[in-house]
Design a protein around this ligand. Structure first.
Ligand code: ADP
Ligand code: F6P
Length: 322
């Protein structure tokens, strides 16, 4: 067991809508329990540069609805080295921070584990639009990103129908197809190309032609960035079918905007849970969620596993787009 008086909180890696709601929950729950809270700006980069801010209840007012992160975020190569991590621990000690909440994606949580290995109690909160962490059904930001993509698909549908075109829409996710899978089903895509399932262009073209033969006015193909390039998929389709194609790469549009209510809920619950876990003496944990219940997962175990994609959702999308 250890005593916690001051909790540090940072956001790191790619920003995710809902990070602010998580910061707010960490700060308010800590203060509720009589703890002090220090915000660390710009992730591990700011930790190395001692960019500390003392938080009060008011510091996190009026942020629950804002995308991005008020703490800013960064990527930091120096922190990956042993020297960098030792410096980070020294800076935390000098600031009187005796427990840390890290809000971020896989890389950031690897950093959190590295710090925990030097003895500081750490709890991670999964926040990445990619939803690529094992053990948790959801990460903060995923729901907003999926809704952003579905919103874009709805708009593209209008013009796709008018011109009777094939649209290929490339979405983010790094090595994960979660955004493509959920947005593809919710957006009624004809085909969904994912890194987790081998891409079969013959099948994509078969479905396109079958759709046209039964009178479909347009087709939407969703491509996860980790599966293929939308430009190449579009070229291939045009060359092999003669159909008119258009490409949309949604890019960082997916990562911005006000977080959905579901992301704010998730972030508020996970932020509060992280503080409670530290108060209970937990360490090297990641908060997760399954079937609506919050979980305290072993961080090292989470990071040693690959997230498994639910293939049945992909199969369902294919049947419903027939
Ligand atoms: P994300 O958290 O969104 O996956 P990154 O993979 O870019 O983002 O990681 C964010 C930061 O976390 C990196 O810039 C680095 O400072 C730190 N980090 C990433 N991987 C490791 C690692 N294996 N060990 C220590 N720190 C890491
Ligand atoms: O990890 C989140 C993510 O948005 C990925 O989906 C994407 O591949 C990457 O970050 C983009 O990174 P950057 O913001 O550095 O361009």
């Amino acid at each position: 067991m250890y005593e916690v008086n001051r909790i540090g909180v940072l956001t790191s890696g790619g920003d995710a809508p809902g990070m602010n709601a998580a910061i707010r929950a960490v700060v308010r729950m800590s203060i509720f329990h009589g703890l002090q809270v220090t915000g660390i700006k710009r992730g591990y980069l700011g930790l190395l540069k001692k960019e500390f801010v003392k938080f009060s209840l008011g510091s996190v007012a009026d942020i629950i609805h804002r995308g991005g992160t008020i703490l800013r975020t960064a990527r930091c190569e120096e922190f990956k080295t042993e020297d960098g991590q030792r410096q980070a621990i020294k800076n935390l000690q000098e600031e009187g921070i005796d427990a840390l909440v890290v809000i971020g994606g896989e890389g950031s949580l690897r950093g959190a584990l590295a710090l925990a290995n030097y003895g500081i109690p750490v709890v991670g909160i999964p926040a990445t639009i990619d939803n690529d962490l094992a053990g948790t059904e959801l990460s903060i930001g995923f729901d907003t990103a999926v809704n952003n993509v579905v919103d874009a698909i709805n708009k593209i549908r209008d013009t796709a129908t008018s011109h009777e075109r094939v649209f290929i829409i490339e979405v983010m996710g790094r090595k994960s197809g979660q955004i493509a899978l959920y947005a593809g089903l919710a957006g009624g895509a004809e085909s969904i190309l994912l890194p987790e399932i081998e891409v079969d262009m013959n099948e994509v073209i078969f479905k396109l032609e079958r759709g046209i033969n039964r009178g479909k006015l347009h087709s939407i193909i969703i491509v996860a960035e980790g599966a293929a390039s939308a430009l190449e998929v579009g070229d291939d389709i045009r060359k092999r079918t003669g159909l008119e194609t258009r490409i949309t790469i949604l890019g960082h549009l997916q990562r911005g905007g006000t977080p959905t209510a579901m992301d704010r809920m998730l972030a508020s619950r996970m932020g509060a849970k992280a503080v409670e876990l530290l108060l209970q003496g937990a360490n090297r944990k990641m908060v997760g969620i399954a079937a609506g219940e919050l979980l305290a997962l072993d961080l090292e175990d989470v990071l040693s596993r690959e997230k498994v994609l639910d293939r049945s959702i992909w199969e369902l999308a294919a049947v419903l787009a027939i």
